[in-house]
Design a protein around this ligand. Structure first.
Ligand SMILES: Cc1cc2nc3c(=O)[nH]c(=O)nc-3n(C[C@H](O)[C@H](O)[C@H](O)COP(=O)(O)O)c2cc1C
Length: 354
């Protein structure tokens, strides 16, 4: 496949195809499989403790000598979370769990752990990481300065043309334009209404405004999507849902089973699991939290509240309480090895590009 550009040359990769970071799903083996195939693997570490970040980077490095990126949540948690919102939601969730035959230990508001990207940066720097992407905002000026001082290539996530301009002004090297089709969390970070632009409309507007490499993300599941993104001005594409059922994916068996049967209308945007908007497959927790009419806690408080039930549901293979993130086109995901999924994407794209 002949699609080389400034982005592939800068990163030293063969194909402008990025495996999207997917926290909870992406394993070091998945990252390495894509990087070893000539694409860019992405290791998600958003919110993880620094020692875990160190261990994961070490695991990836043991599996590949090729370039890969590390993905951060550049998020500033609320300074004054609302205690009443937390308590009311906890009471509601406890009733919901009991009604579904689940016993879940309540979460202590005072003991919610949160590891900032600031705690993780020193780990990335000492590990010699050269490529970093981020979502949920961007580093502050000191963070940018530190990353730049170490010559780290920066990719920031934008869900609107305005967010892309803000990221460019702050000094990113490339923009990840994330369309509304995308699975998982929206990277949106500017105040106001949640941007809901589809990738077809978003991509050319971002490309025209920023004039730096733009990576297209959202709903791309085959060569047709890759070539369409190229035509709209993308320098690379980032695909997540395509790998959800991969052999190397850490998705739970119920999540993988649910993906096998979904169509374009089976996912929705919800704040019920984490407090941030994210796209996943409809289930009991999502519909019941919405029906309750209760205000949802901001991230990471809602995330911490639902963490215990997610762990229990994983052990029980209970799809009603697992966060089954998926994009609008995730029904096309195949239960193949990551390397085979990647190779097929390259093959289809090459055929179309002639
Ligand atoms: C299960 C899942 C988890 C995700 N986790 C992250 C993450 O940790 N960091 C991030 O920047 N993006 C995350 N995303 C969003 C992806 O980077 C990307 O925008 C999305 O997968 C593209 O759309 P697609 O799923 O239709 O391919 C996640 C997506 C999914 C499906």
């Amino acid at each position: 496949m002949e699609w080389k550009n400034e982005f592939t040359r800068t990163l030293g990769i063969t194909y402008p195809l990025i495996q999207a970071p997917m926290l909870g799903i992406t394993t070091p083996a998945m990252v390495a499989a894509v990087s070893n195939s000539g694409g860019l693997g992405s290791l998600p570490v958003g919110g993880l403790p620094p020692e875990k970040v160190t261990a994961l980077i070490r695991e990836v490095k043991a599996l590949t000598q090729q370039p890969f990126e590390v993905n951060l949540f550049t998020y500033e948690p609320p300074l004054h979370p609302d205690r009443k919102t937390f308590d009311d939601m906890q009471e509601f969730l406890q009733r919901l769990y009991r009604a579904n035959g689940l016993t879940v230990t309540p979460v202590n508001f005072e003991e919610i752990p949160y590891y900032s990207w600031r705690d993780q940066l020193p780990v990335l720097i000492s590990a010699g990481i050269k490529y970093v992407s981020f979502t949920f905002g961007m580093p502050d000026a000191a963070g940018f300065a530190l990353l730049k001082q170490h010559h780290i290539y920066l990719m920031g996530t934008a869900t609107s043309a305005e967010e892309a301009e803000v990221l460019k002004a702050a000094g990113v090297d490339a923009i990840i334009a994330q369309g509304i089709e995308a699975g998982g969390h929206r990277g949106s970070f500017l105040p106001g209404e949640l941007p809901q632009t589809g990738i077809m409309a978003l991509l050319p507007q971002v490309v025209d405004r920023v004039r730096i490499p733009v990576i297209a993300a959202g709903g791309i599941m085959d060569g047709r999507g890759v070539v369409a993104a190229k035509m709209l001005g993308a320098s690379a594409v980032q695909t997540g849902s395509i790998y959800l059922r991969a052999h190397e994916s850490a998705a739970t068996p119920p999540h993988k089973a649910a993906l096998a049967g979904i169509t374009d209308t089976d996912t929705l945007l919800t704040r019920a699991f984490s407090g941030r908007w994210a796209r996943g497959i409809r289930n009991t927790l999502i519909t019941e939290v919405a029906a309750s009419g209760l205000p949802v806690n901001d991230y990471p408080y809602q995330n911490a509240l639902t963490q215990p039930v997610r762990t229990i549901a994983r052990e029980l293979d209970n799809p009603a309480f697992i966060a089954m993130w998926a994009g609008q086109a995730a029904g096309k995901a195949r239960a193949w090895s990551t390397a085979d999924i990647f190779a097929e994407l390259v093959r289809e794209t090459a055929l179309l590009l002639g």
